[in-house]
Design a protein around this ligand. Structure first.
Ligand code: PNS
Length: 160
């Protein structure tokens, strides 16, 4: 039984994240999508509970996907839930350096956890949660960037 973690901030979940979740869920027995409870990110748009709820809504068609959250080191959380693989999506070359660094640090902390990279689908190459927030803040169209179920939650944040 192969269990993998797909960790991230998901603030908010984008179509790019969902693409990685759908593709990764076909490769493993259980995929745990895990939201980082980051004490340094006070500027988050959504609370961790809201992000978990959004992730549950957009993954309800995927039977082997679980939504969770974690504090502290990812590899310790991986140990706790007995996950052997960390999934990360790779977009442009600019992602590579930090993602490679993260994978190496995680491996130095726990050699029993491997990082698998999934390359983004080309239509999501430009997409990030930060870009979605910036476009939404300035009144741009985010329809093609995030799952339909999440759109109004994002827009509501910028109406206030
Ligand atoms: O979506 P993000 O913000 O790129 O996700 C980053 C995340 C949550 C995967 C990363 O920051 C993380 O795993 N943080 C937990 C702390 C940790 O384990 N740090 C050591 C590896 S850098």
């Amino acid at each position: 039984m192969l269990k993998a973690i797909y960790p991230g901030s998901f603030d908010p979940v984008t179509n790019g994240h969902l693409d990685i979740i759908e593709r990764a869920s076909k490769l493993v027995d259980t995929l745990v999508v895990a939201v980082l409870e980051n004490p340094n990110k006070s500027s988050s748009l959504f609370t961790v509970d809201e992000r978990k709820e959004h992730l549950r809504m957009v993954t309800k068609h995927l039977g082997n996907v679980e939504i969770s959250s974690f504090k502290g080191l990812l590899v310790e959380f991986a140990n706790e839930i007995d996950a052997k693989v960390v999934i990360r999506g790779l977009r442009a070359v600019t992602d590579f350096e930090s993602e490679f660094q993260m994978a190496l640090i995680n491996r130095s902390l726990n050699t029993s956890v491997e990082t698998f990279f999934i390359s983004t689908s080309v239509e999501y190459l430009y997409l990030s949660s930060s870009m979605v927030k910036e476009v939404a803040m300035f009144g741009g169209n985010i329809v093609d960037m995030i799952p339909a179920e999440i759109k109004d939650f994002v827009l509501d944040k910028y109406k206030k």
